[in-house]
Design a protein around this ligand. Structure first.
Ligand code: HSE
Length: 307
């Protein structure tokens, strides 16, 4: 095989209470990536036109280019890769955009190398790519993008990832067109957490994961509460609580910040509710004259998909 085209999907990290340890893969939006073997032993990147095409084509500055170059070197390949990237995932949006490009390119190259690269190594290569865009790259986007579904990052150092069974739920996602970069959104977080809040958060994480796997909607609803991160980060997102309350008032199970924001996700029991909820969230953004993109998506249990 000399060429492969795939969809590298967006991911919702944290899922409210699971800061840095939970991430879920969704179907939409996604980056469309084509990787073709070339004879140059180099990486050539072309960025296709899209609303989010403002990313570097220099392989050394591109989250997909870095791992591609490392793989050529580590595996002593006598060919290179031409990579076409059509970004569908908003940049700096809290939807795992840089991780999707990194993971997508690594996944595509692995297919072209007849699956020579183990999952652990693929994760490591994708992390190297993510380092380009984030000082402290996280597995809560790369993990779910590569393996799909709901993923627990039990330990990021040892790459101990656990895929948690999930029932079929839907996400209504709005991406307000405001800049929130992960670095600044982490800087404002507290260094210490009081024990009382931590205990409540732990209870919620356990409840949330059990609720997902057993489709216990009421348990998810009770557990989807974040006592530590949301109170601080919500200040970075205009009209955040108006948007969140409109989602909850219109049938969402829970609603919180996706990753480090500014995207906001609402978890819904079915597609009809998600459709209604997203319209209400959009209305709040319109009231506040904030431009946005919005998505409705089921959980993507597979992760990256070959097209
Ligand atoms: N979990 C990270 C954060 C973002 O909330 O800062 C996604 O990797």
């Amino acid at each position: 095989m000399n060429s492969i085209t795939l969809a590298a999907p967006a991911t919702v990290a944290n899922l409210s209470c699971g800061f840095d340890i939970l991430g879920v893969c969704i179907e939409k939006p996604f980056d469309k990536i084509t990787v073709v073997k070339n004879t140059t032993k180099n990486v050539i990147i072309n960025i296709d036109n899209s609303p989010f095409s403002n990313i570097p084509s220099d392989p050394k500055k591109n989250t997909g280019g870095v791992p591609a170059e490392l793989i050529i070197q580590d595996y002593n390949l006598d060919f290179g890769f031409t990579i076409n990237i059509k970004k569908g995932i908003p940049l700096c949006g809290g939807l795992g955009s840089s991780a999707a490009t990194a993971a997508g390119v690594v996944y595509g190259i692995n297919e072209l190398l007849n699956k020579k690269i183990s999952l652990n190594k693929m994760i490591k290569y994708a992390l190297e790519g993510e380092k380009i865009s984030s000082e402290s790259p996280h597995l809560d986007n790369i993990g779910p993008c590569l393996i799909g579904g709901l993923v627990l990052i039990r330990d990021s150092k040892s790459l101990d990832l656990v895929k948690i069974a999930t029932s079929d739920l839907f996400f209504a996602v709005v991406h307000p067109d405001v800049k929130v970069d992960t670095k600044s959104a982490r800087k404002i977080l507290p260094n210490k957490v009081d024990l009382y809040s931590a205990v409540k958060q732990w209870g919620n994480i356990a409840g949330l994961t059990h609720g997902f796997s057993s489709k216990n909607i009421d348990l998810i609803k009770r557990s989807m509460k974040d006592y530590i991160i949301e109170p601080v980060r919500s200040k970075l997102i205009p009209a955040y609580f108006n948007i969140k309350n409109s989602a909850l008032d219109n049938g969402a199970i829970g609603c919180s910040i996706s990753g480090s924001g500014p995207s906001i996700f609402a978890l819904c029991d079915n597609q009809d509710i998600a459709q209604k909820v997203v319209l209400k969230m959009e209305k709040e953004l319109q009231k506040n004259s904030i431009k946005y993109h919005s998505y409705i998506s089921s959980i993507n249990k597979q992760g990256i998909e070959i097209l």
